[in-house]
Design a protein around this ligand. Structure first.
Ligand code: SF4
Length: 444
């Protein structure tokens, strides 16, 4: 029998925009629908489940982690390995082997996605290639010059295709700056392609602001130039194939014989014990959810259950309008109750609402949950969080963050009584740490 396998997509996430992680969850949904791995999930720097906790949500023996970033750099080379405890391309971790794949932006066909964006814009607006400059916008960072290098490589490649007269690179957080393209471009028309994966805050707010575009606009005239702004590269339909190919390159063998259950692709650690507790004690509370033997939701269980909902729709309902970057925040929208057809379906609904929570709950019930103090978490940081002081844990505004969360902050070490229906929190989350440094700087 083939070993159980899992695909994990590791993305950045955001505290500002639902679309940064939302794009990664879309890839997850597509991979689950293909039924190629026993478990498929995502993890994030800024959102839940975190890089640090995701491996504990899986039951697979062979795990393939694909970084969903546009370039190798600070996050892929330093943050993810430290947070996930990876020692290289292959890491043995108890009975699990974790394979760390190349980054999505390194896929050989990524330049073709850029080329497609340019060709589509030329055709749609009937632009003259010989009178057009393309500007590829990368993120860039002062922490590592490698992400700039990826954009420079794309610029060079596109220039060599001869698809337009001129190709330039510019960066959101490095030099040359985005506004510099107005001085550097030598042609009257500029096609600006954001080399980003999601329609997150960089693509919808930050880059347009630098270009002089209003929110939602895709065309402007600035400094005697006609500027066409394209969607980001991550919305290309081939991205999921690229992710799969990178996992295969790392050793993943797509399964062909998995049962076609719609709930097969979810991370399943703890489902058995959680399901048994749920069945034995229903109705029970879990976070803000009420779980009965037939339905689950927030509010009054005797309200009529809504017809079955897809996981993508449910996730969107729970995360957006307004955006809830912390899935465990006590602000779950009251959208009524959901039917479930089996306990596995019920667990998949809970996992979609509270990613990673069932595994945390089960580990705590089994006495296997490791708790990490603020000092321990700060001690492993490679970025700004390493400057956080232990005393900050007692700051009232930081205590208030945990008071507004359904997770129980066991890491605070205040003798918090363990409650059966509570979701345990073993270490300060990114939302808390970001508040502790008093900025959204690390969202960048
Ligand atoms: S650190 Fe506090 S806010 Fe963050 S998940 Fe834990 S309990 Fe919730």
């Amino acid at each position: 029998m083939n070993p159980r396998s899992a695909l994990v997509l590791a993305g950045h996430g955001s505290h500002i925009s639902p679309h940064t992680a939302g794009q990664v969850w879309e890839y997850v949904d597509q991979l689950r629908a293909r039924n190629v791995a026993h478990e498929v999930t995502a993890c994030f720097w800024k959102e839940q489940p975190s890089f640090a906790e995701v491996l504990d949500t899986l039951t697979a023996e062979q795990v393939y982690v694909v970084p969903v970033f546009t370039a190798q750099g600070f996050y892929t080379q330093r943050v993810i390995p430290v947070e996930m405890g990876l020692s290289g391309a292959v890491t043995h971790r108890g009975g699990m082997t974790v394979h760390y794949a190349r980054t999505l932006g390194e896929h050989e066909h990524m330049p073709n996605v850029l080329l497609k964006r340019v060709q589509a814009t030329l055709a749609t607006h009937q632009l003259d290639p010989l009178a057009t400059t393309v500007a590829i916008i990368g993120h860039g960072t002062r922490r590592s010059d490698q992400s700039q290098r990826a954009t420079h490589d794309q610029v060079q490649w596109l220039q060599q295709t001869g698809c337009v007269a001129e190709v330039l690179g510019a960066f959101l957080d490095a030099e040359p700056s985005i506004p510099s393209i107005y001085e550097r471009a030598t042609h009257p028309t500029i096609i600006v392609v954001p080399f980003f994966l999601a329609m997150g805050s960089h693509v919808t707010l930050d880059v347009p602001a630098e270009l002089g575009l209003s929110v939602g606009e895709s065309y402007t005239e600035q400094a005697d130039k006609r500027v066409h702004y394209t969607p980001p590269v991550g919305s290309d339909p081939n991205m999921v194939d690229f992710i799969l190919e990178l996992a295969i390159e790392a050793g993943f063998v797509p399964a062909t014989d998995l049962p076609t259950s719609a709930w097969q692709g979810f991370p399943q650690a703890g489902w058995e014990s959680f399901g048994a507790w749920w069945q034995a004690h229903a109705p029970v509370r879990f976070g803000e959810l009420e779980l009965t033997a037939q339905v689950l939701g927030k509010g009054h269980a005797n309200a009529p259950a809504s017809p079955s909902i897809s996981m993508a729709e449910l996730r969107q309902q729970m995360r957006e309008n307004p955006f809830r970057p912390l899935s465990s925040a006590i602000s779950l929208p009251d959208r009524g109750y959901h039917d479930f057809s089996s306990l596995a379906h019920g667990c998949a609904l809970v996992e979609t609402i509270y990613p990673g929570a069932i595994a945390l709950w089960a580990r705590q019930q089994q006495g296997e949950l490791s708790i990490f103090s603020l000092g321990a978490v700060v001690g492993r940081q490679v970025g700004n969080f390493r400057h956080i002081e232990a005393e900050q844990a007692s700051a009232p505004h930081l205590q208030a963050i945990c008071s507004a969360c359904t997770r129980q902050p066991l890491w605070r070490g205040e003798g918090v009584a363990v409650v059966a229906h509570a979701i345990p929190c073993p270490e300060p989350c990114n939302f808390w740490l970001t508040s502790a440094i008093g900025a959204e700087e690390s969202d960048r």
